[in-house]
Structures are given as structure tokens and as C-alpha cells.
Write a protein that binds this ligand. Sequence first.
Ligand code: AHR
Length: 503
Amino acid sequence: MTLQASMVIDKDFVLSEVDPRIYGSFIEHLGRAVYGGIYEPGHPAADERGFRRDALEAIRKLKVPIIRYPGGNFVSGYNWEDGVGPQAERKRKLELAWWTTETNQVGTNEFAEWAKLAGSEVMMAVNLGTRGPDAARNLVEYCNHPAGSYYSDLRISHGYKEPHRIKTWCLGNEMDGPWQIGAKTAVEYGRLANETAKVMRWVDPNLELVACGSSGRGMPTFAEWEATVLDLSYDQVDYLSLHTYYNNNENDSMNFLARSMDMDQFIGSVASICDYIKAKKRSKKKLYLSMDEWNVWNTIGSSRASERWQVAPPEFEDTYTMEDALVVGCCLITLLKHADRVKIACLAQLINVIAPIMTENGGPLWLQTTYYPYMHASLYGRGTVLHPVIRSAKYDSKDFTDVPYLEAISVYNEESRQITLFAVNRHLSDSLELDVNLGSFGQVRLIEHIVLEHENIKATNTKNRPQEVVPHTRGTTLIDGGKLSVKLSKASWNVIRLEYVSE
Ligand code: AHR
């Protein structure tokens, strides 16, 4: 059977400019993300500082604008001072978020230096679990103050004359979670976030600050937490965080593929809470959202490494399937649909830990299925998002009703005169005929139609078969004047790249 869908892409239906930071990612001191991922001295691909060049190359290709660091749960027990100064003198410490040993061989300076090589900004998180405003303001002084104060001069004495100029900072991590080191009530955290933000800004008025929302929409205190925290900190913060992970542990693919609708509703709810507090305070300020942890996470139930206090043991090394890539694609489209409100988003995480990139210690690197939609969105999804005007056949699944088989969004870029249409066909066995009216753009030319698909939605890329699921450019898109006829194969991720030649 062939399903039908239609879409209007109109230049005047402007939704928002895309903040490129929605294509951000996350590297935590967890598992082999840092040690064995980006940093492995002695590896044949390592540079003189110990950074794996193969990892850097794969990350650069993604054009990741911003990377959150150093956690995650890790940050809530982290003393940043342990990770600076001569590496040989750094302390090995018991790390209580993941029950490992932290060698501190990579810290603030190494990461800032590495991020520069990767072409990314750092989104730094401060510890509001075991610490507070004092450690946070000292870290801002260490990172961003040019010179002439204790902490800025300390940085210079550590070999970093230029400040790191880190602009975006997270005020702790998942402070509502009982698993968090130093978890707080909403009132405790709201006050702490407010006071910490205040002094961080006194050190550097250019900072943009992210307050912690709930660790997930399913938390018992969700919504109440957001409202209370913002009530206590609204004037001092710029963004509120959202975290969400999806899995197909019930083995119900149609329901799993609809999970991006949960993300959509989650964003809508949190935006409403922000606006409620704005109204309550008669504030002129609009609060934006930072979806700073999102991904498919199938091993989410498994907890810390079985044996305690290992150094960088493999943790949460999910192997992603073709269907996982489709869900990541649908989530990227959902983030674009909310580009007016979501200004930062971090695919959690970037390497080895629930990640699009995998490495073996001492061995090769390979790309997971999810690498591709993430890369396509980051490369081709910059510019102006257009309101999606879509008609599509729909289905009901266990948790969702009226799920459109077609998930799609378009972005156009005035400078390059390009339009990109991202589209997922959620149907597992039928292709979808999509008619697109592009009239307002005049004459268009197809640059390419990229497709990620596989006969088997459970197919994966592994060390021994790294090319099992890779994109091709044999997609079928026909152009007739301002109209496109596109065939979206069953269970496929599509990137239709167009150029407008006349208006
Ligand atoms: O990304 C992995 C973990 O998930 C993070 O440390 C934590 O913030 C979340 O629960």
C-alpha cells in the first residue's frame, strides 16, 4: 500500500530563526566518554596532548556548536580545582555519581582546549550538589576573568594566558532527582540557583544561565518543580532545562516511533509554565528552553558498573538500530518545530556513552546509525524554520493517538538560497507519497535527496560491520515547477536539499 501526505512550504510562514545551539551535545566524566573517547594518550591516533584525532575528526564533521561538560550527575560531586594544574599532581578521587575512580587527568583547561579543536563552544555546568555560589563564582573567575585576580592568575600559571570566555553555564544538574549527589527540594534549589546566578554574573555579566527543570516529565514533582524554581529565580536565569530519554524496551516499534510526540508535549508544557511565571511576575522577560539532555537510551534501567571504583569502565554503550535513528530524526524535527522557544539542545551524549560515535580502547572508531540524522540536521538545518503545514495519514499507538506517519519540517537559508526538507516516514512496511507545494520559492532545483533506510529496522553499525546502515543519495524526488513529488520509503529518514533559482 502507498500512503499519501501533502505539505506546503511557504517563505512567508516564518516560525523562527534556528539557534545553531540546538545541535549541541554533551560529554560527561562517565564511562569511556572522556577517557578512551576523546582522550587516550598512547593510542596510535592520539596527538601530543592525548586527544584522539579520529574522534576529533568524526566530531568536527558534525559541526557541534556547543558541548555540555563535565556532567550530568558527575558534576554534583565535582571539585573543579581537582582538574586543573600539573596533571602529574592531580588527585585520584572516588567518584560517587557513577562509583568509579576519577583520575582528573582531563579537567577544565584540557576540555576547553579540546573543544576549541572540535570547533565547539563549552556549556559549563557548576556543582550545586555538594557546593554552591563560592565554588561557582571562583570557577567563572578562573575561566573568564582576563588577569590580575587570584583565580585568573592561577589559570595563567597553569599555562592558559587567554581566558576561555565560556558564555553558557548550567546551574547544577537534575537537582530534583533522589539519585543526585546533594539533591534538593524545589525551594532549596530555586534559592540556591538564584544566589549562585547572581554572583556568577557579578564576576562576568555576559553569562547566559540555565536553571534545572525536572529530570524528566515523569518525575512526581514535574511542573510544580518548574514553577517553584522559576518563582525563586526568574530574574536571574535565561533558560530552563528539560531532559528526556526514550527507549523501545517494550518492543513496540510504532509506539516507540511516536515518542517524539511526548517531546513535543513536554516542550509545550514547560513553555506554558515559564509563561505562567512571567505573567505572575508581570515580567517583560521571556524565558527560553534548553533541552540539554535528550536521546534514545535503551540501557537506561541498568545502573552503575558492577565493580566499584574502576577507572572509566564501559557504561551505557548502547548500540543503536535503524529505528533508533528514526526516533532521533523525529526528535530533531520536533526541536526544529519549537525553534522559537528551544534555543539550546544537547544530544546526550557524544561519544561512547549513549552516543553516535563509538571507539575501542586502543582500537578503531565507528559511527552509529544515529550519527547520520544528527549530522544532517546540524549541517543542513540552519536558517529559518517554516511552519509545517502538513496533511498526513495517521495511526494510534499504545500511548499516542493521531500520530502522523509523516514527521517533517523545512528550513530555508537565505544566504545559500537553499531549502532543506527533513522527513521521516514512520510506517514500517509502506512507502509514503508526499506532495509538496513550494510555490512561494519560484523555480527550485534538487541538490540531493539523502535517505537513511534498511530492510531491517533492528540493523546496527558495529565495529566489525561499521557500514551496515549508512545514508545514500538515491532518494526519489521529482520537481515540476513549484511542486515536488517525493517518495519516502518505509521507515526512512530523508533529507531533501533544494536550491531556489528564481522567485
Ligand atoms: O546522560 C547520562 C545521565 O543521565 C546524566 O548524567 C544525568 O544528568 C541523566 O540522568
